[in-house]
Design a protein around this ligand. Structure first.
Ligand code: PLP
Ligand code: COI
Length: 371
């Protein structure tokens, strides 16, 4: 007997948009997109239901007009937060074509998050194909600003109406697109970060998963950072409140005067960033000594003051590579280097951006051309 699992997962049906945004209005809204404020005309949705016999199936893949999604008030995502997401970008290449950057890695991390949240995995090809088709459909939304991209946000949530605490049997996978410019509003050459007394993730928790709950828990500490006049929050480890972990939505790197580059290890409490992984590879190619080691907050201050630490930068899909110029907290206040962008930070950022935009050779097969 055929089950939903046998359905051709890659066939994405198309629903015509009755009223896409008029070109002149669209051009106005994408003229200064910032981050996450503007959305394109279409979205992809795919449903999942666990069969009676325990066989799961993805079905009903549709690329149609973007709009509200009806949800039962008992849908378990609204009660127990079974939700995960990803973030990747489509870039315009120097030759005029479009490309996704390492989408296979986002698909893999999405499924790792799904496993941690007791959710079904989605075929990697379906994840990538949904992103690809959506970007091609809404390619006119590509922002023509310096550093512009189409930010792709795939996510999945539990739709089953059920209040018992167990994994839901029904889910929806959705992909939306957001024209993006700079992540940080300040436009300043380096950001300022606030060391939080709140923690983000404990050993055995969900720190390595990209689930909405982690970000909900970061809002109070991030609000505290903003209230003190800083751009982002730095989280320390939950056990000793000593080891630097990451920012609310970015990984951290440290550059020393002996040419070494250090980043906290993937201990299970931080997100395994794809930008982090790419930069580690590029830094090794540059001949730098790269260390994935724990680094303490007091040491960070001491090294910044002594001049042993030259640079610190944050990295992630949304923020790309962003220099950190100042660090503050209840017990800390120090400047890194001159407080502005450092040399190696700039060099690594340029190497990465050149590959992402097709201006440098893609030796690792990271760039997936889609048109
Ligand atoms: N850390 C956190 C908590 C994040 O939300 C992100 C962003 O996705 C990152 C790190 C960087 O990950 P990536 O480089 O894959 O975007
Ligand atoms: C990203 O860089 O893609 C992120 O998800 C960071 C933040 C917007 C949550």
């Amino acid at each position: 007997m055929a089950t939903l699992a046998d359905a051709p997962a890659l066939e994405i049906a198309r629903l015509p948009h009755p009223a896409p945004m008029k070109a002149d209005v669209r051009e106005t809204v994408i003229a200064d997109p910032g981050f996450g404020r503007v959305f394109t005309d279409h979205m992809v949705t795919v449903d999942y239901v666990e069969g009676e016999d325990g066989v799961g199936g993805w079905h009903n893949a549709v690329l149609g007009p973007r709009g509200p999604i009806p949800l039962d008030p008992a849908a378990s995502v609204l009660h127990y937060a079974q939700e995960i997401f990803e973030g990747l970008k489509a870039y315009a290449l120097a030759d005029g074509s479009m490309a996704l950057f390492r989408p296979d890695q986002n698909a893999k991390r999405f499924n790792a998050s799904a496993r941690r949240l007791a959710m079904p995995e989605i075929p990697e090809e379906l994840f990538i194909e949904a992103c690809r088709q959506l970007v091609l459909t809404d390619a006119d939304w590509f922002p023509k600003v310096e550093g512009g991209s189409l930010y792709i946000r795939p996510f999945m949530f539990a739709t089953e109406a059920f209040l018992g605490v167990r994994p839901a049997k029904q889910y929806k996978f959705v992909v939306i697109l957001s024209p993006a410019g700079n992540y940080f509003k300040s436009g300043s050459p380096a950001v300022s970060v606030w060391v939080s007394e709140y923690t983000r993730a404990a050993p055995g928790g969900t720190g390595a998963a990209k689930c909405g709950g982690n970000y909900a828990a970061s809002l109070v500490p991030t609000g505290e950072a903003f209230a003190h006049g800083h751009d982002q929050v730095v989280f320390l480890d939950a056990e000793e409140r000593r080891w630097i972990e990451e920012l609310g939505g970015m990984n951290l790197f440290f550059v020393f005067d002996d040419g070494t580059l250090l980043t906290p290890p993937l201990s299970g409490t931080i997100l395994p960033g794809i930008t982090r992984d790419s930069l580690l590879t590029l830094a090794r190619e540059e001949g730098l000594t790269v260390r994935e080691e724990r680094y303490g907050i007091d040491q960070w201050e001491e090294d910044a003051r002594s001049g042993r630490l030259l640079e610190t930068f944050a990295c992630g899909t949304a923020a790309v590579v962003t220099p950190v110029g100042r660090v503050a907290g209840r017990e800390h206040d120090f400047t890194i280097g001159t407080g502005g962008p450092g040399q190696l930070t700039g060099k690594l950022k340029q190497r990465l951006v050149d590959i992402q935009r097709g201006a440098a050779e893609d030796r690792h097969g990271w760039v997936m051309k889609i048109a």
